[in-house]
Write a protein that binds this ligand. Sequence first.
Ligand code: NAD
Length: 364
Amino acid sequence: MDKFGYMEQYGYEQLSMFHDKHTGLKAITCIHNTVLGPALGGTRVWNYTNEEDAIEDVLRLARGMTYKSALAGLELGGGKSVIIGDVSVIRKDPVRREAFWRAFGRYIAGLNGRYITAEDVNTSTQDMVYVNLETDNVVGLPGRSGDPSPYTARGAFKSLKACCKFIYGDDSVKGKTVAVQGTGNTGYYLCKYLHEEGANLVVCDISQERIDRVVNEFGAKVVAPDDIYAVDCDIYAPCALGATANSDTIPQMKCKIICGTANNVLKDPAVHAKMLEDKGITYAPDYLVNAGGVINVFYELQPGGYDEAAALRDIDRIYYRMLDVLNIAKETGKYTYETADKMAEDRIEAMKNIKSIMTCGGRK
Ligand code: NAD
């Protein structure tokens, strides 16, 4: 990969690698854009087969965070970290685990506030507590905004209701059938919201324990993982993996709406947005749907400290933002993902322009 070429093409600011030989830490942080504020994005631990895969992943994820925070109206830029390693090995030895995460914290401290980290795949709040011993540039800590998953699910539920309003003229999910792929941290809470409002749930997961939870608590019906796409439903809610709307799955789909917490749902946006449109399926842009978690952690950074009521009010605004995107896409004849991208890019550009005005010691 031509890294500088890629960074130039997509407007990246920084790509940093950090190694600590004592703990074996191999971390890569990417700062995509800081026009709106410090780059915020979680840290993912993954056993990447090679460094190139890790770098591609961190670049893609960091840019996604720029768009997510910009569209959510936050004063945050986009960044992400990946750590190359096996999480079970890191967690096995308590002393090594503490040293590992504190070494990572010292590296983040060295970025001097340009990047703020949080949990992501294979990282826990306890890991972030260790990071916090070395730097304040970490959010999602226990006793503050905590686990983002319920907030992400709440934003997804509001998005799903906005889609129902747009398609059916009524935002209630009562009596609607929702096929939920993945009943993990976010999928579980989304099922809870849907069940409470009277939706019928059809679910799949590769973990029997996670399936049992939603069957017992919400009376969900279960299908095999590969059968979820063909379920006769109103809404398909991907809450597990990326790229699940693709050339194999779209022909099987019977839903009217795709709206779930997963990132990068369209395998190839240019190709698969068209396939969905041809089938009359409305696609709710993923980073608009799943912004509840980042909105919630943003409130941890406010001078007065974390205020859950304010965070929830802001998360609930996703409903209106989703309706705007769907209506503008319809009026302009653009795909919903293109409309969301443009709204995010327009906000970044407008804020970049106002920052050219000298404030003589104003706030920033
Ligand atoms: P999670 O790991 O808790 O849950 C994912 C679930 O999917 C697990 O139960 C897993 O067993 C299941 N799964 C894996 N492969 C599957 C398959 N082939 N078929 C069916 N189920 C399968 O993760 P999560 O935190 O709920 O995140 C889900 C998605 O949402 C991810 O794409 C994540 O990037 C995205 N997301 C999460 C948050 C958050 O706040 N947690 C925020 C934004 C985006």
